[in-house]
Design a binder for this molecule. Structure first.
Ligand SMILES: Nc1ncnc2c1ncn2[C@@H]1O[C@H](COP(=O)(O)OP(=O)(O)OP(=O)(O)O)[C@@H](O)[C@H]1O
Ligand SMILES: [Mg+2]
Length: 337
């Protein structure tokens, strides 16, 4: 048995005969904020539904706080859910929406008042306790949805793209809010997003999924700085990813000598890592854009398109001009697959 607070073990999830998540293993530590990140359709919501008990796994086990929850009904798992659609009761006030679950539990009125007031304060809604959902902004409704889950003191809080309906500014505010609430309450949270910057900003650890499979698990630093697979590198903004074999770099049409020996299947470079103005490769500038501190180029070369960036103070190249460049070994990122 692992010491994980939430442990998914060889979890297989299917709709009918269509297996969308095969044999997923994931351990989550108590108090962690985990981001499930990945492209649309990769199985994020499906995984959340299984943790919550809204769908039965085909095989595998789910443990929460040491208890086998695999066959436990959803309402006995101690899990809170915040989904993209807030599903607030339109005829109830903020206070009554937040109190709803506690009333079902038949807690005494004084206790309910105390817990709800504290919960609304935590999300900054204590002054809007008498409003109805229709009288509140999207962000306020989102916060109410969060408060409604928090007051139930769940062991685990699952949030499925809870910020996707918000505009950019509100989203930033809610991100900070979530992080603060999480640190204050210490509740273990699993947060689904397909926005890498959101995952990088919020999570203690990121679980990057692709086609139902975990590509990589790590801290935001690890995933951003050292993605291990081609998919992960691509997802985190490495624009130049090439297949290599020994000392050759393989383009779509042609292979060229790389200038050093590599044992990896792929090598990747961020645009800023490409040497410009020196080197054994050449191409034609097809795009040139000023981007504040640097200038970005799209270069068409014999091995395909290369994205490069140079400091804005360096001499610049015009579209149509020939440019020489190089792939430096010391700034390359090796990828196993
Ligand atoms: N109720 C369902 N019946 C059949 N197939 C489903 C059902 N729900 C989801 N799927 C399929 O399962 C796969 C995973 O879907 P899921 O909703 O988990 O993706 P997701 O990662 O949450 O994507 P998104 O970012 O778009 O929300 C998809 O291929 C989807 O078409
Ligand atoms: Mg989803």
């Amino acid at each position: 048995m692992s010491n994980a607070f939430v442990s998914l073990q060889k979890l297989s999830l299917a709709y009918g005969s269509n297996i969308v998540v095969p044999e997923l293993d994931l351990d989550i530590v108590e108090g962690e904020l985990i981001a499930l990140l990945g492209p649309s359709g990769c199985g994020k919501t499906t995984t959340m539904r299984a943790i919550a008990g809204l769908m039965a796994p085909q095989s595998g086990r789910i443990y929460i706080d040491g208890i086998d929850m695999t066959r436990m009904p959803a309402n006995k798992r101690g899990i809170g859910l915040v989904f993209q659609s807030y599903a607030l009761f339109p005829h109830l006030t903020t206070f009554e929406n937040a109190a709803f679950g506690l009333r079902l539990k038949k807690l005494p009125q004084a206790e309910i008042t105390q817990i709800v007031e504290r919960g609304l304060r935590a999300v900054g809604l204590d002054r809007l306790a008498d409003r109805k959902p229709a009288e509140m902004s999207g962000g306020q409704q989102q916060r109410l949805s969060l408060a409604r889950s928090l007051v139930m003191q769940p062991k685990v809080l699952l949030l499925d793209e809870p910020l996707s309906n918000l505009d950019a500014r509100l989203r930033l505010e809610m991100r900070a809010e979530l992080q603060r609430v999480q640190k204050e309450t210490g509740i273990t949270m699993v947060f689904v997003t397909h926005d890498q910057s959101e995952a990088l900003a919020l999570a203690d650890r990121i679980v990057l999924m692709n086609n139902g499979i975990i590509e990589q698990i790590g801290t935001p630093d690890e995933l951003y700085g050292a993605p291990k697979t081609k998919f992960a590198a691509d997802f985190f903004g490495f624009e130049n990813i090439f297949e290599v074999e020994g000392n050759t770099i393989k383009g779509a049409a042609q292979s060229l000598p790389l200038g050093f020996e590599s044992t990896s299947k792929y090598l990747a470079w961020r645009p800023g890592a490409i040497d410009v103005g020196v080197g054994n490769f050449s191409g034609i500038v097809r795009g040139s854009a000023f981007a504040g501190e640097q200038r970005e180029y799209i270069i068409e070369s014999k091995i395909g398109q290369v994205h490069a960036a140079t400091p804005a103070a360096d001499p610049s190249y015009k579209i149509g001009e020939e440019i020489v460049f190089d792939f430096p070994q010391d700034h390359s990122l090796p990828l196993a697959r």
